[in-house]
Write a protein that binds this ligand. Sequence first.
Ligand SMILES: [Zn+2]
Length: 173
Amino acid sequence: MTTLSGHLTEAQAQRLIEELLDPATDAGVAGHASSCLECQALVESFRLLDDALGRLQVPELPSDFTARVMTRIDEVERAAGRERRWAVGLAAAVVLVAGLGLVAAGASGLGHAVSSLSELLDPLGRSLRLGLSVLPGLLSALRLPLLLVTTALSLPLFYGLSRLMPAARTESI
Ligand SMILES: [Zn+2]
C-alpha cells in the first residue's frame, strides 16, 4: 500500500471528485485533502470544471452530417484530380514541344556533322552538302519563333503548377 507523500496529484484530485480512489494507490488522499488548503483548492477547481463540463450542451449534428462531409471531400478530391491531370497534360505538351525543339537543334548539329563528312566524301556528298547547308540557316531563322512558342506554352504550365501548390484554404463545409 502506497501512502500519500506531499500534495495530491491532478489524477488523484480527479479520482477523489469522481469517488474512484484506489485503496492500493490512493491511501491518505481523502484525509490529506480534508486538511490541506492547497489540495482543497485543487480538488475544488476540478469539481467546478467537472460541473461545468456536465452542464455543457452538446449540439445535435444534422442526420446527414457525415454524408455531407464525405460528399464535400469527394468534390475537393475530384477538383484536385482534374487540376493534376490538366497540369500533367500541359507538362507533356511542353515537353513534346521542347523535344521537337531539341530535335530541330540536333538536326542543325547533324547538318554540320554530315556536312563535314561529306567534305571527306566530296564527290558523293556534294549534292547532300548543298541540301544540308540550307537546313542550319532555316533552323537559325526559326529559332525566335521556336523560342516564342516554347515560352507561350510554358506560361500555362507554370500557372498550372502554381495552382497545385498547397495554399491555406478557408473553405467551409
Ligand atoms: Zn496538499
